[in-house]
Design a protein around this ligand. Sequence first.
Ligand SMILES: C[S@@+](CC[C@H](N)C(=O)[O-])C[C@H]1O[C@@H](n2cnc3c(N)ncnc32)[C@H](O)[C@@H]1O
Length: 289
Amino acid sequence: MKNEIKNAIRHLVTKAYEVFVTNKSDVSVVSLPGTVWEFETSVINHNDFANNFGKSYKLDMQLVESDPDVYNGSLRPLSTLFPHNKVSSYVLSRENVEYHEQQLSAAVVNKVKSNNIFAWFDFCGNPTTNDLHLINTALNKNVTYVFTFNTAWRCDTNVDPYVLNFSKITSKSVAIHAYLKTLADTLGLTVVWSFEYISNHNPMITVCVSNDANVLADKSFRYNNISLNKNQIVKSKNTSITKVKTVKRDLSAVYVDYKNKIDDNTIRAKHNISVQCLAAVKAWVTMGK
Ligand SMILES: C[S@@+](CC[C@H](N)C(=O)[O-])C[C@H]1O[C@@H](n2cnc3c(N)ncnc32)[C@H](O)[C@@H]1O
């Protein structure tokens, strides 16, 4: 693959997977292979290595694809000598690997066999409510989830309303980061990494959350380049990241009142702000914890 940064992200996710599976007897993987299938192949290779030369573990994979052309192009050919996609046929020939043409949903994640779930939600599209809320499938599980979203949406009709609102007073990447962090906190998950990158000229964010002891102990995965500094965010919006020219409201007085534990109604009346705006400020404060 020629896309260096995407190669590097794939490598990072694969390394996180290897750390995640250490000393586990069973692991489930959920992923969107698209047309590439490199991560899924490395998962199979890792399992083969462990089962032959290391500490064996049970593996099952749930893979999905919503685009019929991509799905059909990856299907294991049952009656032809010429596979459409040799890499996918290698993965799909394995036991305990399911591949379906459908939207990724909580039901897909809930189908996996193990309580140890490693998922790469490599959407690369807009942060929809359905996609973001997949984090809730981590409840009572041992997980490492990696999310990837686009941070330069033009059409925002499918963007989660909370993220959309918050992005208007901060930035798209901060809004996605803050929303996932808020949900992660309530689920007892830690944000392991959260950073922006440019892939094929598109700004993206990747956020990894986990409650797995192996992954949390490995400090080499800890990386965060999402600026929480309001001035830097405004500055970055005037550069190449989003090209949005909106003038930001100064919400510093709202932060001060919220931190001073003044009640919500008083803050909203005093500063003439909406419920959503106050919620966004709260999330922002939570991010700085
Ligand atoms: C960015 S690509 C995956 C790339 C791959 N993980 C890699 O390493 O290059 C995302 C793929 O998932 C599909 N996809 C995106 N969102 C989806 C969703 N919510 N449900 C199912 N498939 C989805 C897209 O059609 C695309 O083929």
